[in-house]
Design a protein around this ligand. Structure first.
Ligand SMILES: [Zn+2]
Length: 253
C-alpha cells in the first residue's frame, strides 16, 4: 500500500471540520432529521448561514459567539464538539505509531465521541453508527491481523449476546430495563475491534468509570438512586477508545 504522503499533523487540520459535521449528526440523528454537511440557519433569527459563518472554531471566535445578523448567542455546543474532535485527533497522533494507525484511531475516536455524546443527551445509540462501526472493526481485523480475525468475529458475537443476556437477567430480577439494545450493539462493535479477549476488561473499565461518575454526581448534589437513568454508552465508548489505544495485544500491535 502506498504510504500516505501527508504531514503527521494533517488530522489536526481536518478535525474541526469533522467536528462540525459530528455536531450536526449529534443533533439530527436522534430526531431522524436529514443529515447534511453543516448547519443551515441561525437558530435565533433564521438567517441562512454562509461559508463565512461556518468555519469551525474560527467563525465562533471571530464573532465572539454571536450571530453576525441578529447578535444572538450561538451557544457552546458546536465549538465544544469541534474542540472535542480536535482533542481526539491530537490524542490519536500522540498514542499511535504509524500514519495509518493515526487515521484509523481518528475515525474510531470520532465515531465513539458521537455515539457517547448522543447517548449522554438522548439515551440512544443509533444503529446508523454502531453497525457500520462493527463492520469496520471486522474489516480492520481482517486486513491487519487476518490470523486473529476469528477472535474478533467471536468478540462481536459474544459482546452482543453477553450484554443481551445480562439485560435479560436484570429484567427478570428487577422487572425493569437496565441496559438497552444499543449498548449490546456498541459492545459487539468493541468485540469486533478488540477481539474477544478484551471484552471482560472493557466492561470492567466502563462499569468502574460509570460508578465513579455516579459517585461524583452524587457528591455534587445530584440525586442518584438505583433507578436513576445513567447512560452506559459514554462509559463503554471511553473504555473502548482507551483499550484500543493502550492495550497493544488487541489494538495497535
Ligand atoms: Zn441570527
Amino acid at each position: 500500500m502506498p504510504a500516505l504522503i501527508l504531514p503527521a499533523w494533517a488530522p489536526l487540520l481536518v478535525a474541526p471540520f469533522i467536528g462540525s459535521f459530528l455536531g450536526v449528526l449529534i443533533q439530527r440523528l436522534p430526531e431522524d432529521r436529514p443529515v447534511a454537511f453543516g448547519r443551515s440557519a441561525c437558530a435565533a433569527c433564521g438567517t441562512r448561514l454562509t461559508p463565512r459563518d461556518l468555519v469551525p472554531l474560527v467563525s465562533f471566535a471571530l464573532q465572539r459567539g454571536r450571530c453576525r445578523h441578529c447578535g444572538g448567542a450561538i451557544g457552546w455546543f458546536h465549538p465544544a464538539v469541534e474542540l472535542a474532535a480536535l482533542g481526539v485527533a491530537a490524542w490519536s497522533i500522540i498514542a499511535c505509531q504509524t500514519p495509518q494507525q493515526v487515521w484509523i484511531g481518528c475515525a474510531l475516536g470520532w465515531t465513539l465521541l458521537t455515539l457517547g455524546w448522543i447517548d449522554a443527551a438522548c439515551f440512544l445509540l443509533p444503529d446508523m453508527l454502531t453497525l457500520p462501526l462493527l463492520l469496520a472493526g471486522l474489516g480492520v481485523a481482517i486486513a491487519s491481523v487476518p490470523e486473529d480475525a476469528f477472535w474478533h468475529a467471536l468478540g462481536a458475537a459474544c459482546g452482543y449476546l453477553g450484554l443481551r443476556g445480562i439485560a435479560a437477567a436484570y429484567r427478570a430480577l428487577r422487572g425493569r430495563d437496565g441496559l438497552g439494545a444499543g449498548d449490546a450493539k456498541l459492545l459487539a462493535a468493541a468485540g469486533a475491534w478488540l477481539g474477544i479477549g478484551a471484552l471482560p476488561s472493557l466492561v470492567l473499565v466502563a462499569a468502574v468509570a460509570g460508578l465513579v461518575w455516579a459517585g461524583l454526581a452524587g457528591l455534587a448534589g445530584r440525586s442518584m438512586h438505583a433507578t436513576t437513568d445513567v447512560p452506559f454508552g459514554p462509559f463503554l465508548a471511553a473504555s473502548f477508545w482507551l483499550l484500543w489505544l493502550y492495550w497493544p495485544a488487541w489494538g495497535l500491535a
